[in-house]
Design a protein around this ligand. Structure first.
Ligand code: AMP
Length: 218
């Protein structure tokens, strides 16, 4: 089963994708996480992506599509969850072309609907561990020890692109480039919209129910 998750920055895509992957055994492919890891290790891909990621812009399509296509190729069991990809219609078309060559298609597009006001609030209080990628939130998911990662003990920081000005830019880019994907996948009859303004456990429950019913119908 191939699932993707769409939502405004701060909608909880990463958190929910991680939880669903653990529950249902999906490989979790987050393009944002991949870029941040590549940037930390200063790989050629990381160096190429850094200026776009740090400024809140989208990394150019050819770079992203090539990276995702190669990662998808490496996944043995076709059971994965794409988080943060596609981000525009061109990427969505490129994805279906890559999948068509493998004789598969996206089965389910999950749309986490979250207001901009809520997203801004969440991003403003988000903390990130640069060492292991864990995410915390001062308001809703504080670390046990202030400023330290629960998982690896490293210092927590605000993500470089979570500053107020960059967040506004990312929201504008989302509306212009990414939101059209909602209509695109709705037209393909594989879109499910979930109210993401609720507490994380309630959102997880709704998402899990959708996947369960799809698995049961197969
Ligand atoms: P995210 O962790 O999903 O919020 O992504 C962080 C940043 O990585 C984005 O603001 C973009 O700069 C870059 N990025 C992630 N996914 C994509 C994508 N599919 N296309 C272009 N850029 C992306």
């Amino acid at each position: 089963m191939i699932v993707l998750i769409i939502g405004v920055p701060g909608s909880g895509k990463g958190t929910q994708a991680g939880a669903l992957s653990a529950q249902f055994g999906f490989t979790h492919l987050s393009t944002g996480d991949i870029f941040r890891a590549e940037m930390s290790s200063q790989s050629p891909l990381g160096r190429k992506a850094a200026e776009f990621v740090n400024n809140g812009h989208l990394v150019p399509d050819p770079v992203v599509v090539e990276m995702v296509a190669s990662r998808i190729q490496d996944i043995q069991e076709k059971r994965y969850l794409l988080d943060g990809f596609p981000r525009n219609l061109e990427q969505a078309e490129a994805l279906s072309a890559v999948l068509a060559k493998q004789g598969v298609a996206v089965d389910l597009a999950l749309f986490l609907s979250v207001s901009h006001a809520e997203a801004v609030k969440r991003l403003g209080s988000r903390l990130w561990c640069g060492a292991c990628g864990s995410v915390f939130n001062i308001r809703s998911l504080p670390p046990q020890l202030a400023g330290k990662c629960d998982k690896c003990g490293s210092g927590l920081i605000q993500r470089g692109d979570d500053g107020a000005a960059t967040v506004q830019k990312r929201l504008l880019i989302y509306e212009e480039m990414t939101r059209p994907l909602v209509a695109y996948y709705r037209a393909g009859q594989i879109l499910h919209e979930i109210d993401g303004d609720r507490p994380p456990e309630a959102v997880s429950g709704s998402l899990a129910a959708i996947i369960q019913s799809l698995l049961a119908a197969r």
